[in-house]
Design a protein around this ligand. Structure first.
Ligand code: NAG
Length: 321
C-alpha cells in the first residue's frame, strides 16, 4: 500500500509539473504570437522591398491581386469564391483570365490584411484585434462583405469602452454604421464623466462632448459635468495662454450653451465662478438671480433651465450570434 501511495504521489507530482510547464509554454507562445501580430501591423508594410510574397489559393486561380505598396506581393485566387460572397467583386473582377496577365491592383489595403480576409473567404478563422480591426472593416465596407462587417462589429462591442472610446471614436465614426454610432453614443451617455476626462481639444472630441451635452438624460449632476469639462480643458491648455478662462470659453464656443447652468444650486454657480471659469460675470449674476428669485434676465434665453432626466443608462449591445 505504501509503495502504491508513493507511486501515486510521484505520478501526481510529475503530472502537475508537466501541466504547469505546458501552461507556461502556451502562455509564452501566445505572447510571441501577439508580438508577431503587432509587429506586422504597426505602420509600415511587412517585408518591404521583397518580391517573394506570392500566395496561391485554390486549384485553378483565375484572378491575380497585385500589391505595389507591399513590394509587389501577389495573391492568386478563384473569382468564383469572391463572386459568391460579394456583389462588388462580381461586378468589378476582370472577366478575362489571370493567365492573360490581367490583375487587380490594390493600393489601399495591405497585402497582409487582404490575405487574412482571403483566408477567411477560403474557410479559415479571421482574427480581429486592435491593430487590424479598422482595416478589416474597411475591406468589409468596400467590398460589401457583410459577414466580415458583422465580425468587426462584434469585436468593437467587446473592445470599446468608456476608457478607450475617445481614441477610437473618430475612426469608427467614419464608417457610418448606425449600430456602432448608437453604441458609442450609449457609452457617452452612460459614462459621461469617464469619457469627458479622456477628451482632448480635437474636433472629433468636441463632437463627443456635444453628444454628451445634447443628451436629455445623464447619470451625473450638471455641476459634475461642468467640473469634468473645465478639468479636461484646463489640462489641455497651452503653456503660453494668459487668460485661461477666456481660452476655454473660446475653445468650447457654442457648446457652453448646452450646459444647463440654471438648473444648478446657488452654491454650485458660485463654485463655477472660480478661476478658470466658463461663466462671464454677467452670466453668473443672471443665473444667481434666476435660481434665487426666478428673475428671468438676458442669459436665461440661451441656457436651458429644464433639469436633465436622471437616467441609469446601461449600454445596450445587440446580442451577437
Ligand atoms: C465647491 O468647490 C469645493 C472645492 O473647491 C468643494 O469642496 C465643494 O463641495 C463645492 N461645492 C459644491 C456645492 O459642489
Amino acid at each position: 500500500i505504501i509503495q502504491n501511495a508513493e507511486l501515486a504521489n510521484s505520478f501526481w507530482i510529475s503530472y502537475f509539473t508537466l501541466s504547469a510547464s505546458l501552461f507556461i509554454l502556451a502562455f509564452q507562445l501566445k505572447k510571441t504570437c501577439k508580438k508577431m501580430q503587432s509587429s506586422v501591423t504597426v505602420g509600415e508594410p511587412p517585408k518591404k522591398g521583397s518580391n517573394n510574397d506570392r500566395v496561391k489559393y485554390g486549384e485553378n486561380p483565375d484572378v491575380k491581386f497585385f500589391f505595389p505598396n507591399n513590394g509587389g506581393a501577389l495573391l492568386l485566387a478563384e473569382k468564383v469564391k469572391f463572386a459568391r460572397i460579394s456583389e462588388i467583386f462580381r461586378k468589378q473582377l476582370p472577366t478575362s483570365n489571370a493567365e492573360n496577365g490581367e490583375r487587380v491592383v490594390i493600393t489601399d489595403i495591405s497585402f497582409e490584411i487582404f490575405n487574412n480576409v482571403v483566408k477567411f473567404i477560403y474557410g479559415e478563422e479571421l482574427t480581429i484585434y486592435e491593430e487590424n480591426y479598422l482595416e478589416i472593416l474597411y475591406i468589409g465596407k468596400k467590398y460589401f462583405l457583410y459577414e466580415i462587417i458583422h465580425k468587426v462589429i462584434k469585436f468593437i462591442y467587446t473592445f470599446i469602452n468608456a476608457d478607450n472610446m475617445a481614441d477610437h471614436f473618430e475612426f469608427i465614426d467614419k464608417f457610418d454604421i448606425s449600430s456602432l454610432n448608437d453604441f458609442m453614443k450609449g457609452i457617452c451617455i452612460s459614462s459621461p464623466l469617464v469619457v469627458i476626462r479622456k477628451l482632448t481639444k480635437s474636433i472629433p472630441h468636441k463632437r463627443i462632448l456635444q453628444i454628451i451635452l445634447e443628451s436629455p438624460c445623464l447619470p451625473c449632476s450638471e455641476y459634475e459635468l461642468y467640473q469634468a469639462i473645465v478639468d479636461t480643458y484646463f489640462r489641455n491648455v497651452d503653456k503660453e495662454v494668459f487668460d485661461i478662462s477666456k481660452y476655454i470659453r473660446d475653445e468650447l464656443g457654442k457648446l457652453i450653451f448646452l450646459i444647463r447652468f440654471p438648473t444648478m444650486t446657488n452654491k454650485e454657480i458660485i463654485n463655477c465662478t472660480k478661476y478658470p471659469s466658463l461663466l462671464t460675470k454677467e452670466q453668473s449674476m443672471d443665473f444667481l438671480l434666476w435660481i434665487e428669485d426666478k428673475i428671468f434676465t438676458d442669459s436665461l434665453q440661451y441656457f436651458s433651465s429644464v433639469p436633465r432626466l436622471k437616467c441609469n443608462c446601461q449600454v445596450n449591445k445587440p446580442i451577437p450570434k
